[in-house]
Ligand binder design. Structure first.
Ligand code: SF4
Ligand code: MG
Length: 322
């Protein structure tokens, strides 16, 4: 049985220079148990903000997040504590997330205690075994500086699992790690998604890894999700000009990397003062007059594959995102 965790019309407001601006604007997506959904975009696109909103670390301006029937609207909702347990975050930097003066055992005991679970040695060993750090006993008495970056990221994953979450948010979980160990961590996460029936949001700037790792990919630009669909289809038949640019500049061996550099087309806009209309219009080779004034609605291209771009919505009625 697949459980659905819908996120509906999520917004986070920032005070813009001239008017109210949504740094995360109207993001609707569904995470599913046992599946990985990738959220792809450049740095500054709002990906990490979405993770923090979903984890309850930032207040939500509007919109809802439903996890197992509990709806969170912000950090003050009565379901907040329960929500925080169900949604766990793994950050990019495995070095920064652990306190150097405490042992690994201490770091694993804390989340178990916070969430009301037994903190026995057996419980700690089980967590270490789930992330393939064996023999587990050897790791319990170590300090963070005695572990490699990959081992520390496994500890960070084990700490997230200690809360027995339903949803795991992995924000660039391998981008600070040595290239040679990235695949091992991604495969560990993929295995946990299946064995623990987790719904996972995999946040990355690397669309090639999204294709490999996630069944569904969402592409984010300047605070909006502008295209989404089955990962393979999205890579083979990208619709939105930004998705195409992202793919052309990705170091994907299948594509020979002959496309223009993304930077040639300009910088991503500031979320404090984004362009009007389609936020991609200053960089878009296909921009039309309407793009400069009005934000495009959602157009479904094929079942489950949709985009927000006037190139596709001229002759179609906008349909709500899945
Ligand atoms: Fe380009 Fe217009 Fe489509 Fe935006 S809506 S991506 S500016 S064509
Ligand atoms: Mg980030």
């Amino acid at each position: 049985l697949i459980k659905h965790f819908p996120v509906h019309r999520l917004r986070r407001r920032l005070r813009g220079r001239a008017e109210v601006v949504h740094a995360v604007d109207d993001v609707t997506l569904t995470l599913r148990s046992g599946e990985v959904t990738a959220l792809v975009g450049e740095s500054g696109s709002g990906k990490s903000t979405i993770a923090r909103l979903l984890a309850g670390l930032y207040p939500v301006t509007s919109g809802t997040i439903e996890i197992d029937g509990a709806t969170a609207r912000g950090t003050r909702g009565r379901h907040f504590r329960e929500h925080v347990r169900r949604v766990q975050l793994v950050f990019q930097d495995p070095f920064g997330s652990l306190n150097p003066i405490h042992t690994i055992a201490y770091h694993l005991r804390r989340p178990l205690k916070v969430h009301g679970y037994p903190t026995t040695r057996a419980a700690l060993v089980e967590l270490l075994e789930q992330v393939n750090l064996t023999p587990a006993e050897q790791f319990l008495t170590k300090f963070p500086h005695e572990l490699s970056g990959g081992q520390l990221q496994r500890i960070a994953i084990a700490r997230a699992l200690a809360a027995k979450p339903k949803v795991l948010l992995a924000d660039e979980p391998v981008s600070m790690l040595d290239v040679s160990i990235r695949l091992g961590i991604l495969n560990l996460l993929a295995g946990l998604v299946k064995s623990l029936d987790l719904a996972m949001l995999y946040i990355t700037h690397d669309i090639a890894s999204a294709r490999y790792f996630a069944s569904t990919t969402l592409v984010m630009y300047a605070g909006r999700v502008i295209e989404g669909g089955p990962s393979e289809e999205l890579v083979q038949q990208p619709a939105h000009p930004y998705t195409r640019l992202l793919l052309e500049s990705a170091p994907d061996p299948d594509r020979a990397g002959t496309g223009p550099d993304l930077l040639d087309a300009g910088e991503p806009p500031s979320l404090v003062d984004p362009p009007a209309g389609c936020r991609f219009h200053p960089r878009c080779p296909h921009a039309m007059d309407i793009c400069r004034t009005e934000a495009p609605g959602t157009t479904e291209l094929r079942p489950g594959h949709w985009t927000k771009c006037w190139l596709y919505s001229a002759s179609t009625e906008p349909v709500p995102a899945r």
